[in-house]
Design a protein around this ligand. Structure first.
Ligand code: ZN
Length: 48
C-alpha cells in the first residue's frame, strides 16, 4: 500500500515572521536550539 503523505511543513521566520509559504525558510541550530530564518533575513544573521 503506497501512501502519499504530504506533510504541510510550514516554518516561520523568527525575525520577520514570514512563513515558508511565501519565502524560503531555512533551519539552523544555534547554541543547541533549532532556529528558523528566511532567506531575506539570513544576511542579517551573517552580519550579526
Ligand atoms: Zn525573515
Amino acid at each position: 500500500m503506497a501512501e502519499n503523505k504530504q506533510d504541510n511543513l510550514e516554518l516561520e521566520c523568527e525575525h520577520c515572521g514570514t512563513t515558508s509559504e511565501l519565502t524560503p525558510v531555512v533551519t539552523y541550530v544555534y547554541q543547541g536550539e533549532e532556529k528558523h530564518i528566511c532567506t531575506h533575513c539570513l544576511p542579517m544573521l551573517i552580519h550579526g
